[in-house]
Design a protein around this ligand. Sequence first.
Ligand SMILES: *Cc1c(COP(=O)(O)O)cnc(C)c1O
Length: 418
Amino acid sequence: MDHVLHLRSLLSGRTFRPDEIDYVDPEFGPEGIVDVVYDYDLIGRRISRESLRRDENHSIWRYRPLLPIEPDSPLPPLQIGWTPLYETPGLAASLGLRHLWVKDDGRNPTASFKDRASAIAVVKAQERGAKIVTTASTGNAAAALSGICASVGQANVIFVPEKAPAAKVAQLLAYGSTVMLVRGTYDDAFELCLQAADAYGWYNRNTGFNPYMSEGKKTATLEICEQLNWHAPDAIFVSVGDGCIIGGLHKGLKDLLALGWIERMPRLIGVQAAGSNYLAEAWERGEDVFTKPPIPAETVADSISAGLPRDRLKAMAAVVETNGAYITVSDDEILAAIPLLARGSGVFAEPAGAAAYAGLIKAVAQGLVSADERIVVLNTGSGLKDVVGAMKGVELVKTQPYRVDPDLEDLRRVMATL
Ligand SMILES: *Cc1c(COP(=O)(O)O)cnc(C)c1O
């Protein structure tokens, strides 16, 4: 990894060689999050916008020289990333906007954005010869780790809150993970996983704690800018729980600016559920997220339920340094956004994915975006992850199916009422 200069502690600025620490700055324990610092001159000699144009690898690995992995590490076979960026003129017009795109990360192999990070975790674990990989998760990070481990035969132990949606638990069991349903919240599962990894010597993927997860997540902004022909958008809307995705998006954009591949920094707009609004509250009040205590978190969008966002330092910097904003949306706004997004774009999102679109609706209403801005909304997870949530959403926009007898007469009767 000669392209990685060092790992830099966000809290003390101290730097470490990548072989010196696996996860965090030891001075601060699990809170001592570090950032991967690259040699952009070297990277710029290995990859360019022109070399990418000729590259037929359509996955996150097309950006391999920008990723914190060894040059000869084997890569998992599943196709991760290079998800479609759809231009959605109908949806744009419905909001009075002119340029709107939806990037559909529900199209990843385990059906969420988390595949981008878990892929890096599996490569790092195998570089270290780890027998077992572990993570705590609200569901999707677990499903992603589980699926990618299955693709390479890597043993793993997963900790999820016992209330995780059935579809996500089903994925874990189908992929053959050892699954611990923790009687408690995601935050409880996170702590238990940290202790278990330490006690058993497992490789830990935990969000925030593992510095390489943001590096996997950054591939989404590398893709967005490349898909827009290196003409960066004005704003990107993304839902936020732990804050690793938004921090990763920011990192990808900083990489591109450092390489001189884009000209300016888009605004990052983080969307939180009203019932899990730690970062939005801290941003509005100007609070220090290192000292702000956890809040109780409760939302239908289980993937963004986080009482103490683990990657909050990077998540706050992402919004502050890009002149962005945090927005909150209610559970009903999130659920109603599922059918609204689906009808306007054909993209079916789980609640946490639709939350980003609910945030855009609110931003338009509040005059936070102007009509000619170029805007990207990120769908982070497939609607099939949470069918119960989708059904609540369609009820909120007052759509229901019709019941007919299996004969044309009865169909005529029903059609006449429409
Ligand atoms: C994890 C997740 C998020 C939020 O990502 P954070 O890094 O926790 O902020 C949003 N949407 C979906 C579907 C997710 O799985």
